[in-house]
Write a protein that binds this ligand. Structure first.
Ligand code: ZN
Ligand code: ZN
Length: 390
């Protein structure tokens, strides 16, 4: 094939895009870090939440990107310093999880430590918390694989989809999944502490962000939190993609200016570093969690599945042939029992939110009052909706 002349090179790119199928106009996978995927990404048939049949990028990532340092989460004692937590009660704000914060919570009726200053820490991967109030620190499961779907061509929804507690937001360019707010202490009694970049380990054993980690120090400056995130900070850089396929940037435009004309989801149509065309994109906010509050586009159905036996996305394990049999020692208290999806649908919450609320409140033997409060439903409704306890 002859080398194309300069005027033809654009066409050649278009043609190669068509012929290879996975080089769409958005070329999503090419913007991810090379190390983000554990399998080559592919373009597959998918169905969007509104029933649209289309094509999606299917990407598979591991429990944690190689080389990413995570933590600290829970401080071992009052003399240690953990990660961060957004407290939404009296004296609300973003705090470093340290002596001052834990003593403040104690004063508000949430005691996370013993007389000798030992902090209550629970690894809900192995057992439910013993204490009324425990800092949740889940041990990672290095074997977990996560498969996600992103529409190749984003489709606008008729109305934006709000992102409630632990709703699926998207995926960072390093391959780390992104979720909205973690469950609150007031809901579950426990604190699934975030590290200094705004991430932690899901009950399924894999790491995820609850923030735009590449721009979290903007939030630290705003909220006067002393913490250094190990992830490179760049408020103008692209952080990742939302599950509707639109890009998420930091709180600034490419040239450093404040974004103008943002909608309720903190997005707008404008020029980005991606190219000369104005495209819809989201920006990080300057307050925690610095993520879009809603998605304007339509996500793919079943867009998040893991090989884990617990946690968000675990229901899909085994259903599509990707799941491995449950591993001894990790099944049990945290597995999503059959009937959970239906129960969640009946309650009008996501299965993930239901699972997370149950996990945080102690797994299958969770205090239903706590779970009901976390989900904003009555205990009666919850009891009726849940599959019978075994
Ligand atoms: Zn989380
Ligand atoms: Zn912008």
């Amino acid at each position: 094939m002859p080398t194309p002349n300069p005027p033809l090179s654009g066409l050649a790119l278009v043609l190669s895009g068509l012929s290879f199928g996975d080089t769409s106009s958005l070329a999503v996978p090419t913007r991810f870090a090379e190390s983000a995927f554990i399998d080559a990404s592919e373009v597959v048939d998918c169905t969007l939440e509104n029933g649209t049949q289309t094509r999606c990028h299917q990407i598979t990532v591991g429990y944690l990107p190689e080389g990413l340092t995570i933590g600290p989460f829970c401080p071992a004692t009052l003399d240690d310093v953990g990660g961060i937590w957004e407290w939404t009660g009296d004296h609300h704000g973003l705090y470093r999880v340290d002596r001052d914060f834990l003593v403040m919570l104690d004063g508000l009726g949430f005691r996370f430590f013993d007389e000798d200053g030992t902090v209550h820490i629970a690894d809900i991967a192995t057992a439910p918390p013993d204490d009324d109030h425990a800092c949740i620190n889940v041990s990672p499961d290095e074997s977990v694989e996560i498969t996600m779907l992103l529409p190749v061509e984003p489709v606008m929804a008729e109305t934006p989809t709000p992102l409630n507690t632990v709703a699926k937001v998207g995926v960072a360019l390093d391959g780390v999944p992104v979720f909205s707010d973690a469950p609150q202490i007031q809901q579950t009694g426990h604190m699934p502490a975030l590290d200094v970049c705004g991430g932690h380990i899901d009950p399924g054993g894999w790491y995820h962000w609850h923030s735009t980690s590449t721009d979290i120090e903007t939030v630290f400056d705003q909220e006067e939190v002393v913490a250094d995130c190990v992830v490179a900070q760049d408020p103008a850089a692209q952080f990742g993609y939302a599950f509707d396929g639109f890009a998420i940037f930091g709180s600034r435009e490419a040239e450093g200016s404040q974004p103008q004309g943002l909608d309720a989801c903190n997005g707008h149509v404008g020029i980005t570093a991606e190219g000369p065309e104005a495209i819809y994109h989201y920006h990080a906010t300057e307050t925690f969690p610095n993520l879009p509050q809603c998605l304007v586009g339509v996500s793919a159905r079943n867009n998040f599945s893991t090989t884990a036996t617990a946690g968000v996305g675990a229901t899909r394990a085994g259903q599509d042939g990707r799941g491995e049999p449950p591993r001894p020692g990790r099944e049990g208290p945290r597995g999503m029992p059959p009937g959970f999806e239906e129960a969640a649908a009946e309650l009008g919450v996501s299965a993930e939110a239901l699972m997370q609320a149950m996990d945080a409140a102690g797994g299958p033997n969770a205090d239903l009052d706590v779970v009901a409060e976390a989900l904003g439903v009555s205990v009666e409704e919850l009891r009726t909706a849940l599959p019978p306890r075994r």
